[in-house]
Structure formats: C-alpha cells, structure tokens
Write a protein that binds this ligand. Sequence first.
Ligand code: ATP
Length: 332
Amino acid sequence: MKKIAILTSGGDAPGMNACIRAIVLTAARFDIEVIGYAHGYNGLLNQEYASLRPRDVHNIIQRGGTILRSARCDAFKSENAAQLAAQHLNTLGIEALLVIGGDGSFRGALHLSQFWQGQVIGIPGTIDNDIVGSDATIGYYTAIETALESIDKVRDTADAHERVFVVEVMGRHAGFIGLHAAVASSADYVVVPELIKDTKTELNAILSQLDEIKRRRGHCSYVIVISENLWAGGATELATILHKETQLECRPVILGHVQRGGSPVSQDRLLATKLGAYAVEEAIAGKNRIMVGEINQQPVSNELASAWTNTKSLDGYLVKVQTDFFNLSKQP
Ligand code: ATP
C-alpha cells in the first residue's frame, strides 16, 4: 500500500486531531503517504487536499476541533457526487479512504464504495456515542466532562438561589451524554430518549419529586438534565411549564456547542490514538467497508453498516442505580 486519504466529517469531536496524528504516524512507519481532505466530503468533491507528514501533526494531540475542518455535505448523497469523488481518488492513486465521523459519515463512505474500488474504513468520532461496534466514540468522554463541569456550576447557583434548573445537553437522538452527566453530577432528574415514557408521565414524576423535596427540605433547589430533540420546545418549554405548575423559579440552561469543543480528555486521546493506528493496520491488511472500534479494551472491526443497523443500549446498571436513587428521593 502506497497512499491513503483521511477526512473528518459531520459534527466535530474532541480527539479527532489525536486520531489524525495516529493515522499519519502509523502510515509513516509503513512508508505510506497520507492525503488529508478538508471540510469533510466537500473536500473530496472540490479537490481540497494536502499531504500530511509527521511534522504536520506535531503538537496537535491536545487540540480540540479538527485540523482538517469538518462539514456536512448534502450534495454527496447523489450518485454523481460519489462518482466524481471516485474519479478524484483514482487520479491521486489513493487506495484507502479513512473517514472519521458519525454514522452519517459512514453511510457516505459506503455510498462512495458503490462507485469506487478502493477500501473505505470508518473511525467513530462523535460526541453522541451512538455507534454500535465500539464501547465509546472519540469525543464522547470529553463531552461528558464538559457537560458535568457546567452542571456542577449550575448546581451551585441553584442551591444559592433555591431555584429549579433544566439543563439541556447534546446527544442527537441518544441519551449517553445526558445519563452519564446526570448521574455524575447527582442531578435530581434525567430525561433521555431511551427512557422517556411520555411527556405527561415525566412531568408528573418531576412534579411529585419536587413536591417531596420541597416538603422535606423546606426549600427547593432542583436540577433536571434533559437531552436535546426530546421535548417540544426543549429545556425552555419545560422550565416554563414547571414554573406555571409550581410557582417556583425555574430556569433553562442550554449547553449547546460548548460540548463539542475543548481539549480532549485522556480517554479520548487514547481511544483516538488506538483507533487511528488500528485503522491503518486494517487498511494494510486489505479490509474494506469496515468500521474500527474498541470493545473491552481490544481493537475490533465490524461491517460498516452495523454502525446504523443496530442500536446501542445505555448502561443498564447505571439506569437502575439512577432509578433507585430517584425512588428513594420520593420517599417521605
Ligand atoms: P454527527 O452525528 O456526530 O454529527 P454524522 O457523521 O452522523 O456525525 P451527518 O450529518 O449525519 O453526521 O453526516 C455527515 C455527512 O455524511 C453528511 O453531511 C453527508 O456528507 C454524508 N452522508 C450522510 N448520509 C449519507 C448518505 N446516505 N449518503 C451519502 N452521504 C451521506
């Protein structure tokens, strides 16, 4: 193998740079040239690329974002676009394309491989952790830390003013960030897509717990963590409803894109390093249409499509503990 290419696509995630570094350094060990495409699949279509040498990835492991930039590219979904990308890859003599991104980016890679003979390999890079085939995805650990740090701060002001806060976290359609940040910050209530019954049931549960806490403590500082895309109107709407129902001061806090940024924590750097190195080794071994991942600390590879044909479950024991604590808090 003489030449491979990489791109970062979809939402950026802390640790993508660590992964780019690992790919370039591993490829250098085998004398393989690495081409980096800019702006996700847009770069493939517009021929926006540069050669990446070991000196280009010096001192980037600690940087958030991605030196290749990331983007969404709806145009890439067409046959014509994939054919054009295939032509460009062939002209440069690229034998394998490594795509760091989420399941949408993997769909893009599989789409391309219908029109291109080269190998495509996905590396899971998304804060949402919603990809089956890897215990965690690159960026997920840092996103939890960022959310956690913010919720801890919200808790301080909630206590000082005896207020109710509804904190909205990211996750797209998955509750990994929500559940983990909520348990780690001892939030009073958590609403995530995998566990939500219906909005009325959740609202009643929150109101009865609020009632009990108020009765017991004589005041109420209360923190709810809610995933994005879950409740019509999100945290703002829920805070408004709660205020109407309880007359307590209720404030929404939408954490938003801060959860995507920042220097990656060690777990993300280590995961990114392992997966980047392993992806190159798998490319050299001739693997195609796969995604790499880590299960029980072992690097593994699976069919690319398994990333979206299966749904990853939340940690069942953590859900049980959170539910047990919630029930305890309702006891008089
Ligand atoms: P995240 O969920 O973290 O934002 P993602 O990779 O899932 O990451 P998407 O916006 O779903 O993000 O997809 C990223 C890009 O992948 C799209 O903008 C598009 O370029 C490409 N893509 C997604 N789905 C397809 C598809 N069915 N066919 C071709 N390309 C696709």
